[in-house]
Design a protein. Structure first.
Length: 281
């Protein structure tokens, strides 16, 4: 592990303690789950850590984390909060810098080293409503990215963000979450993980049953149906790709494990925005 991954692993241990102490179910997700299954730890070329929780557990976790985590060490960056307009949450490490390739509109946005905490929501049984949920998620994400300061040369994306910007947020959140469908057959992660419909829809049981799996020098919960989840997200994930085939998430511009992100805010204003985030394999 590199120093960034060691820091993330220590943060994961603290997150795990909060969940165990409060009987909250969570799982490693996306590239982190893939790393657990295929590498017994981080994918060597990965630079982040993802966990996922069903919506009720997710809400309970955010409440518990704000009380249980050491506030001098951690910051709970809740979705749609005053200085974080995004549709998912992060646990941030204070006195560090982990600045991505965008210029934040809000200079009070915490930009320390982070773990992504994604929600998993109910997916309606009716096909038409499922498509409406997916469309609602796109509006939510467009509004969030605009508020955060997302930069793109794609004219269609810019137009869509402008169209979505004045729309009210709450009705689309209600559509996306579908809290009334607690017993639906499937769930979705439209607000986290992949941006594609087919890679974000899962049988409900995928996020209900977990097993502890080795991840570096510890054991953490991974879906008991990890093969189904990872196949949905990545296709044939077992083979380690050649170096030329690896999709590297090179979305960090500044990483400093010893100094606070506020020291880099002026530099962030002038940095060139380049590169794209690709899904890890």
């Amino acid at each position: 592990m590199n120093d960034h991954q060691k820091t993330l692993l220590a943060m994961l241990r603290d997150l795990d303690h909060v969940c165990k102490d409060n009987d909250i179910k969570y799982m490693l997700f996306a590239g982190t789950a893939l790393g657990a299954v295929r590498h017994k730890g981080f994918i060597p070329w990965d630079d982040d850590l993802d966990v996922v929780m069903q919506r009720d557990q997710y809400n309970r976790f955010l409440d518990a984390a704000e009380v249980s985590l050491d506030r001098s060490k951690y910051f709970v960056q809740r979705e749609f909060s005053e200085h974080w307009p995004m549709q998912f949450s992060k646990i941030r490490l204070n006195n560090t810098a982990c600045i991505e390739k965008f210029r934040a509109k809000d200079q009070e946005m915490h930009q320390g080293v982070y773990i992504d905490v994604f929600p998993c929501d109910n997916l309606a049984d009716q096909p038409m409503i499922r498509l409406i949920q997916f469309a609602a998620s796109k509006i939510i994400i467009a509004k969030a990215l605009y508020a955060r300061g997302y930069a793109t040369n794609n004219v269609l994306k810019l137009m869509f963000m402008q169209i979505c910007r004045p729309l009210p947020l709450d009705p689309f959140i209600h559509i996306c979450e579908r809290t009334e469908d607690r017993n639906s057959a499937k769930v979705h992660t439209f607000l986290g993980g992949s941006s594609k419909y087919r890679k974000s829809v899962f049988d409900r049981i995928v996020f209900e049953d977990s097993v502890d799996m080795k991840f570096e020098d510890g054991y953490f919960p991974v879906s008991a149906h990890a093969d189904e989840m990872l196949t949905t997200m990545y296709g044939y994930y077992h083979r380690i790709p050649d170096i030329s085939e690896r999709s590297i998430k090179n979305h960090l511009e500044i990483l400093d494990l010893d100094n606070d992100y506020t020291q880099y805010l002026e530099k962030q204003k002038t940095m060139t925005i380049h590169g794209v985030s690709k899904s890890i394999r």
